[in-house]
Write a protein that binds this ligand. Sequence first.
Ligand SMILES: Nc1nc2c(c(=O)[nH]1)N[C@H]1C(S)=C(S)[C@@H](COP(=O)(O)O)O[C@H]1N2
Ligand SMILES: [Mo]
Length: 359
Amino acid sequence: MTVADRIGQERAALQMINPAPFNAEAPPEALTGDLTPTELHYVRSNFAIPAHDGTLEIGGAVENPLTLTVDDLRAMPTVDRAVTLECAGNGRLDTRPLPTGEPWGSYAVSTARWTGALLHEVLRRARPATGGVDVRFEGADHGAYHLRPVLEETRRDDLTFVRALSLAHAVDPSAEILIAYEMNGEPLWPDHGAPFRLIVPHWYAVASVKWLKRIDVLTEPYTGEFQTGHYMYEWPDRPHKTVDYMRVRARITAPAHASDINAGTCTVRGKAWSGTGPVTRVDVSLTGEGEWLPARLEPPKGPYQWQDWSFDWKATDVGRHTLRARATDAAGNVQPDVPPWNRLGYGNNAIEVLYVDVH
Ligand SMILES: Nc1nc2c(c(=O)[nH]1)N[C@H]1C(S)=C(S)[C@@H](COP(=O)(O)O)O[C@H]1N2
Ligand SMILES: [Mo]
């Protein structure tokens, strides 16, 4: 089988949003389990899958520059974490006016088990020099790109995908940022960043740089296109702000939208997650407005993964019913009813609404 055939097979079960660069949502069943099988994990790439020579350079303001291979990373202490990744553009299609950017529905979210070395241990070996501020992560992927701001939209013929984190975040052992080389127990697939990628728990997945090629410690704050141009909340009424933590959100996985169910007890189920603390409650509404009823919420199975919730609905009234689910996290964040509009359509965590017909 050719590489192209294999990649085609790996993509077959996804809901395509864009063929090139390939962007695709998970199918609805991907949200039912604790972990999303790799072939059902959403894919978001700004450029085509790049060639990668298998080495990772660590340099910039460090005392001990390094070149690592996947074997070097495997020789370091191994950490294994289930991490929910959500694209900051997930839900963009429901925002009005509709911004430009990939028209994501609500399935650019998945949870995989990622295995790798800890970023803070790699950086410790490289010994950041005093005066370090940010850490820059460069992917091997690049291509033509339309830059922000919109008033002066210009095209760059060849831009590389680069993101940064603060040095304090990057070296914080409790942040557990991974340089992952396995996903669900297998070497990374090409669409998910082979041979290795960053995994930044709790952050919108744009921070989790795929096809990682270089890591540089910087003595000035990083201001690149994917840091301060795109992936910014351009609020109409507030200062612009970089996209960071995943906003609290619940999804309903059963019953399906617009489905027919028999009168009787119907268990409404779903997932809930947040980058700003565990989800502490999920409430369900059966009227489309008004009264909220507490759902059963399962405790987190790990620090970075979505939680299950369920609600036994006595669906005895025949007819059409509107269901909503609303999550709250430990920081007190609650989902809004209406998408919080921003120019590029990021962070839509509005309450999901669906209807079902009881017969
Ligand atoms: N090198 C590189 N890394 C990247 C991207 C990219 O375009 N290039 N996209 C980011 C975005 S916006 C998301 S949502 C996640 C998607 O990861 P996945 O395709 O494994 O689901 O990768 C992030 N890492
Ligand atoms: Mo994303």
